[in-house]
Design a protein. Sequence first.
Length: 171
Amino acid sequence: MKWLTRVNGVERVLEVERKNNRTLAVRLGGDANDGKTLEVDAVETIPGSFSILIGGVAFEVRVQLEGSNILVRCGGADFHVELHDPRAWRGARGGALEAEGRQQVVAPMPGKVIRVLVAAGETVELGQGLVVVEAMKMQNEIRAPKSGVIERLSVREGQAVSSGEPLAVIV
């Protein structure tokens, strides 16, 4: 998955590919690691707190939602992170940004599905709530990245989900 990020005001492109349950391949453009892929081993130790191993060096990282942004605390420093999905940059309709084509909606973070707001075959509008995921004692409504029809719903209420796990497909 690829995002345009702004970390403490500096824009970078972040690419993340899940290798297995714990390992991610991460490429962060715009810094000393530009073009290099790092293997990152990440484990959530308690909700909102992660143990991360990069190149043999361990980091304790705390993650907290701040509205639509993320506050990341690591090594005594705070990083204010904005994430923007490039798929949402295409196809503006009626002033709103809307993704195009078949879209897989994934869990942005690990958590528990506490509400499913739509059903397979249902027509949805851009920005309509699809699923509510509870993470770090906060309820996060996952919204439709485009208008369309729910082709498949992959979760049910009460189900635990991992970051990046498919929730629904919209066509």
